[in-house]
Write a protein that binds this ligand. Structure first.
Ligand code: NCD
Length: 298
């Protein structure tokens, strides 16, 4: 079954190639969906809030001729205590052809895939993985640079709770990038093979070709991990003053949602080097590619 649960999936490199092709077809208004998708129905099962990911999956479904049904946990039988297993089996019995799931707990998409009789796509599971965001970000960097090999990226912020960081580590190291993770010591993950970690922002940004900043994911954080937001802003905010350590044409990424004035200042978020809205735009090609893969193989 072609589930997409992780950026480590064997299919990931092929998905990147396909996403680039889909992106250009969308740009040229030549994207044509295969008739195999027409009339199929997919469920978007969201146990957590979402704007970008949900809209991109819904829009991708429409581009493919699929019917998306979005289920918000707050307005479903989940609030009556239904388990993931029963919700997934119910949706499969209702004739869904694929399930997209976002859940606050790590491993939830694997549980869903275990019980589902149709492909499952992970739209973010706790602090674990977010493969379609990694697809979006890799596509964004490839469109900017072509080859990523040897380029340095610093991923800065609440790395410990970030599924985006985790999936990007797999994807960007696989592409040959030099990946640095930078956060206060309490927000750095224990260790990551092939990745450099530091709590010193100037070290992480030194010669960086790109920086990806992350939100404080308070919903996944135990209290007391930071002495105060003021100190965090002083030491880790991405702004013109800190960017002097990076390459002059350093690209700025953020998976959203942004907290302006915290992890990034307004000027940097709006700058010509910022690819933040490009990431959002490229999210559509990434989700079209992911749904094509799940429903039809690459
Ligand atoms: C992120 C997420 O939900 O994982 N956003 C996204 O999907 N683009 C990042 C976050 O919540 O901070």
């Amino acid at each position: 079954m072609p589930h997409l649960l992780s950026a480590r999936d064997d299919a990931f490199p092929a998905l990147i190639l396909r996403a680039e092709h889909v992106h250009h077809a969308l740009q040229n208004h030549t994207f044509a969906s295969s008739p195999v998708f027409a009339g199929k129905t997919i469920a978007l099962l969201f146990y957590e809030p979402s704007t970008r990911t949900r809209v991109a999956f819904e829009s991708a479904a429409h581009h493919l001729g699929l019917h998306p049904i979005t289920i918000n946990a707050q307005s479903s039988s989940i609030v009556k205590g239904e388990s993931i297993r029963d919700t997934v089996q119910t949706l499969c019995s209702e004739g869904m052809d694929a399930l997209v799931i976002r859940h606050p707990r790590e491993g939830a998409s694997e549980v869903a895939a275990h019980y589902a009789s149709v492909p499952v796509l992970n739209a973010g599971d706790g602090s674990h993985e977010h493969p379609t965001q990694a697809l979006t970000d890799r596509l964004t960097l490839q469109l900017a640079w072509g080859d990523l090999k040897g380029r340095k990226i610093a991923i800065v912020g609440d790395v410990a709770h970030s599924r985006v960081a985790r999936s990007n580590v797999w994807s960007l190291t696989q592409a040959g990038m030099e990946v640095w993770l930078c956060a206060p010591p309490t927000l750095l993950p224990p260790s990551f093979a092939g990745v450099k970690t530091t709590s010193c922002l100037s070290e992480a940004l030194e010669g960086a070709d790109a920086v990806m900043t992350l939100r404080m994911q308070n919903e996944r954080m135990e209290g007391g991990l930071l002495p105060g937001l003021g100190a965090y802003v002083r030491d880790y905010q991405i702004n013109a003053s800190n960017l002097r350590y990076a390459n002059p044409d350093c690209l700025i990424l953020h998976p959203g949602p942004i907290n302006r004035g915290v992890e990034i200042d307004d000027e940097t978020a709006n700058s010509a080097q910022s690819l933040i809205l490009k990431q959002v735009q490229h999210g559509l090609a990434a989700r079209i590619t992911a749904l094509e893969f799940a429903l039809n193989g690459v």
